[in-house]
Design a protein around this ligand. Structure first.
Ligand code: ATR
Length: 269
């Protein structure tokens, strides 16, 4: 019997997850179906519960439900606990399991697909919302030399940094206007400014050979345009999208799909 999966979000019509998971399934000969499901803004738990009762094996969870999904699970992986949010649920006879594959997806895209080491590098993380929080701890686990979180609302950055486990890594917070120029090796935009085409008021923070990574995908944002003009190499979040999906597929099916062909397919569209 075909195993059923879905992605729940609001909005959801734009989601590329069905395409990605269908490609993974074809490549690994897994018999699954995968749908998009729109949940009302206050109705995540009801929709997830109903899917579990209908025999779905699992769901991906996207904006704005990753915190609802965190509260919905019975058991959480360390990745979910560190992020404080869940993007993948697995329904089993003994309860709902939740994990978060976003951070590992970003790290894998930067290291394996873009060929950039994080260890020993100076990292700037722009933003302190859910997207930033989801990737902060996985970035620290790669042992960068230093990581600075900058955010419009500085308190939020400070709160996020106070909660994280920095270990040996120097972690600091900073206002946008106080950032040092030409200092960072990797700059990650985890703000939602790409959606509104707002420019972040940051100086030219990019060191030579800097990677500027936009976590959004599908458009050349102002962040990408400014970083490119300042001489940085630029990447969008399409690789992260595919890598986080591959981690979710592995979590459900125990099989790791190859990602390059799927990224090429999406880029060609
Ligand atoms: P997400 O889950 O996508 O991270 P979020 O939790 O609403 O969404 O966080 C959005 C992030 O984008 C925050 O860091 C936010 O800054 P504030 O914490 O100061 O609100 C940032 N952001 C959104 N619009 C912005 C703007 N016009 N200028 C600067 N930062 C912006």
């Amino acid at each position: 019997m075909t195993d059923r999966y879905a992605v729940i979000g609001n909005p959801i019509a734009h989601s590329k997850s069905p395409l990605i998971h269908s490609a993974f399934a074809a490549q690994t000969s897994q018999d699954i179906s995968y749908e998009r499901i729109l949940a009302p803004l206050d109705g995540f738990a009801e929709v997830a519960q109903s899917l579990a009762e209908q025999g779905y094996q699992g769901v991906n969870v996207t904006v704005p439900f990753k915190f609802d999904a965190f509260n919905f699970c019975d058991f959480k992986t360390p990745q979910a606990m560190r992020a404080g949010a869940v993007n993948t649920l697995k329904f089993t006879n003994h309860g709902v399991y939740g994990t978060n594959t976003d951070g590992d997806g970003l790290v894998r895209d930067i290291r394996h697909n873009l060929g950039v080491d994080i260890e020993g590098k100076r990292i700037l993380l722009l933003g302190a919302g859910g997207a930033a929080e989801g990737v902060l701890q996985p970035l620290l686990a790669q042992l960068p030399a230093a990581l600075v979180v900058a955010n419009r609302t500085l308190d939020k950055a400070e709160k996020m940094v106070r909660k994280c486990k920095a270990g040996e890594v120097q972690v600091a917070t900073c206002a946008y206007t106080e950032l040092p120029e030409t200092y960072f090796d990797i700059v990650i935009n985890a703000t939602s400014t790409g959606l509104s085409e707002t420019a972040l008021p940051i100086p030219a923070v990019y060191a030579a050979h800097c990677l500027a990574y936009e976590m959004m995908y599908g458009r050349d944002t102002l962040f990408m345009q400014h970083a490119r003009a300042a001489g940085a190499s630029v990447a969008d979040g399409l690789g992260m999208l595919v890598e986080q999906a591959a981690e979710a597929f592995f979590y459900w099916r125990g099989v790791r799909p190859a990602t390059q062909a799927v990224m090429d397919m999406l880029r060609a569209q």
